[in-house]
Structure formats: C-alpha cells, structure tokens
Design a protein around this ligand. Structure first.
Ligand code: MG
Length: 404
C-alpha cells in the first residue's frame, strides 16, 4: 500500500487571533473570549491566559478569578465565520482534497503530490500563504495519517509546523501523555491513570487484548492510535453531511399559518439535532413545491450556529421571500448544510443566563423523553397533525425523508 501524506492544519487561538487583527492592543495580553454572563464559558483564550491555568470550555467566572487582569471580549461569530471562509477558500484553491472539520481545523490529503513537489514543502507554502493573506497564525502537522498529524500539530503549536517521517510514528508518540490522543477525553485519561498508564509508550507496550478488556471497542481504537495506526480517509468537504427534513401534504394547502408552523417545528427539530451532534451550520435552505410540481429553493449563508433563535427566524424569513406565488403548496422542506464540528458556545456570546438555561433544559428533556416532547407553541400544529393522522401509513411528518 502506498503511504499517504496527510496534513492537519489548525488556526492558533482562532477567535483571539481574529480579535487581534481588529485591535493590535490585544497582542501579548491575556485575552478571554466567550459569553459575558455568569453562565458563560471560555470559547477561546490566548496563550498568555493559559499561563494562569485557563483553558477553553472553562466557566468564565472561574477564568476571571484565575486571571483578574485578563481582557474579556464578547465573541462575534459573524467575524469568525468570515475569516474561516477566507482560510477555507485559500486551501480549496490550492489542494486537491481537503476536509474542514471545524471552524478552524482542516485535514488535507497531499498523497501523490509527493513526487512532484514534496508534500512538506507544499504544506509549508500553503501555511505561509494563509498567514500572509489572512494575517492569522496557523500551525500544521504532516504524517502518514490523520491521528499522528493532529497530534503533531498540537506539539508544533503555537504558530509552527512539524513533520513525522514515515516509520517514525511510534517513537514520536511514545513519550507523549496519553491525553494527547485525540479521542482520549478527561474520563478515559483518568481511567488510564488508574491503570498506571501515563505515557503513550505504555499503551504501545500493552497487548491489544488488555486494552480491549479494559475499554471495549474504544480500547482497540485507542491502542491503534497509540501505535500510530489510522486508516481513516480525508472526507471531501463538499460531501459533508447536511441534515434536512421535508413534508409532503396529504392535501395541498394555502394556509400560511399552518405552513409556517410546520417550518418552525422542522427548524427547531433540526437545530436540536445539530446541538446533539455538536455540529454547527453555515447555510440554511428552504424548499417549496407547489401543486403544479414546480419547485423553488432559497438559501442563505449565515454565521456558524446551532441556535433556535437564529435558525427559526431565518427559515421563516426565507419562506416569506420564497412563497411569492399564492398557489397551493404540496411540499415544504428545510435543510442545514455546510456543517462543521463545534460546540454550541459559539452562538452564546450574546446570550443571557436565562437563554443558556433554557437551551440546556430543553435539550436535556429531549434527550430523556424524545425529540418532540417540548417545542415552540407556534410549531405545535405540526405535532397535532401527526397525532391525528396515525392511520395513513405514513411515517411521522417531521421525521419523514430525513436524510442521513
Ligand atoms: Mg484552533
């Protein structure tokens, strides 16, 4: 099998870097970015802040106690989305195959370009180009697979690059802490510690069976990653999953209030699915099919979000623009695309404590009792319809035709 050349690129303290482009007085200072309310969390922090023991996802309140002189900035997801797009476009223009996994992270497959340019040289030039054109610091790791490259990026940071030559994956990983393996979270890390495992070397020396016994299927994956084995492909960005739902009516309708209620319920349900999957969307599409089968779609690009209070009004706004023919409607649909991984925090910069509490409470109830046990009153019509038509042999309307 031919060895691959996989690059992992990650923008350094991305939100902080974006803010520093707007205000150079922020350079070299401890910066915290996140929601300002007491329930807010740190979405990103500068290296100067990390020296105080602060890390992302930490409660803002605690971070402020650890470093009272830190400058706290309310994030701006529109600005970050625009900068993320700039970087994406530079990459897209120059490489044959890339995957965007979050707002500030990319995998690039340079296999095969090797003999022509040398993949390390190519990645170096790409990194320089990104820094020159966007002003943002970015780091990369290069190796034969995604796992080793991602770990290499982490070791290279801040603002640097690293190559792990083919065959040297195991010795590179051996001295590192087990928590550096991408899928090893806090809990697994503690469990490994209980077994006396701190360094990746110890996992490398363990029999696979032992890891499987201790951690099941995850144990096998961790063992493989620890040994520098990862065959997962770089998935082309254009083929990233979208989520969508649509509904064909038993009887074509012209009832706008009913149509809007259904669209609202669809948007609400899809937004919940985004949050549950820790995804964000940057593109909303609404579809309307009229009784004569003519079909129209309208889409809007938006800052990355998974928030009801952004997505629902956007869906309804698109529908208002789209529903110009006052004809009977046969079908409506909603799609969220341009999905990337990312915590919901990115939407919560503006938010009050009440709203954060509301989202958490609603999602907890849905996780326990089902997607549609709690919803906006205006979307309840959709539920009523599904409840009152249980004998048509059709699947529940909102769950019908959901893709992937
Ligand atoms: Mg980053």
């Amino acid at each position: 099998m031919e060895a691959r050349s996989i690059v992992h690129m990650d923008l350094d303290t991305f939100f902080v870097s974006c803010e520093r482009l707007l205000d150079s007085r922020l350079n070299d200072k401890p910066i915290l970015i996140g929601g300002l309310s007491d329930r807010g969390v740190v979405a990103s922090c500068s290296y100067e802040a990390r020296e105080f023991g602060i890390h992302s996802a930490m409660p803002m309140k605690l971070a402020r106690q650890l470093c009272p002189e830190a400058i706290v900035i309310k994030g701006n997801s529109g600005n970050y989305t625009a900068k993320s797009k700039e970087v994406t476009e530079i990459i897209e223009e120059r490489v044959p195959l890339y995957e965007k996994t979050s707002i500030d992270e990319f995998y690039i497959d340079l296999s095969g370009t090797d003999r022509f340019f040398g993949s390390f040289k190519m990645a170096t030039e790409l990194r320089k180009k990104i820094m020159k054109e966007t002003g943002l610091p970015i780091s990369f790791g290069l190796s034969v697979n995604k796992t080793v490259s991602k770990i290499a990026t982490g070791e290279a940071k801040p603002n640097n690059q690293m190559k792990v030559d083919r065959g040297l994956e195991k010795p590179f990983l051996a001295p590192l802490d087990v928590s550096k393996i991408p899928m090893v979270g806090e809990q697994t890390s503690l469990a490994l510690r209980d077994l006396g495992v701190r360094k990746i070397k110890t996992v490398q020396d363990m029999p696979l069976k032992m890891m499987e016994k201790a951690f099941g299927k995850n144990g096998i994956t961790i063992w493989k990653k620890a040994n520098g084995i990862d065959n997962s492909p770089v998935v082309p960005y254009t083929e990233r999953k979208s989520i969508s739902t649509e509904r064909t009516f038993d009887q074509d309708t012209i009832d706008v209030i009913k149509l809007k209620g259904i669209l609202l319920a669809m948007a609400e349900n899809l937004a919940f699915q985004l949050r549950r999957g820790e995804k964000l969307t940057a593109c909303v599409t609404v579809k309307v099919r009229y009784t004569d089968f003519s079909t129209y779609t309208l889409q809007a690009h938006i800052p990355y979000t998974a928030a009801d209070h952004v997505l629902i009004p956007k869906v309804l706004e698109l529908f208002d623009k789209l529903y110009s023919k006052r004809l009977l409607v046969r079908l409506v649909g909603v799609r969220f695309s341009h999905l990337v991984n990312g915590g919901h925090q990115i939407d919560l910069f503006d938010d009050t404590e009440e709203r954060i509490n509301l989202y958490q409470a609603m999602d907890t109830i849905r996780d326990r009792f089902g997607d549609r046990v709690i919803m906006c009153a205006a979307g309840m019509e959709a539920k009523t319809i599904s409840r009152f038509n249980p004998f048509t042999g059709e699947p529940p309307p909102l769950l019908a035709n959901r893709r992937r």
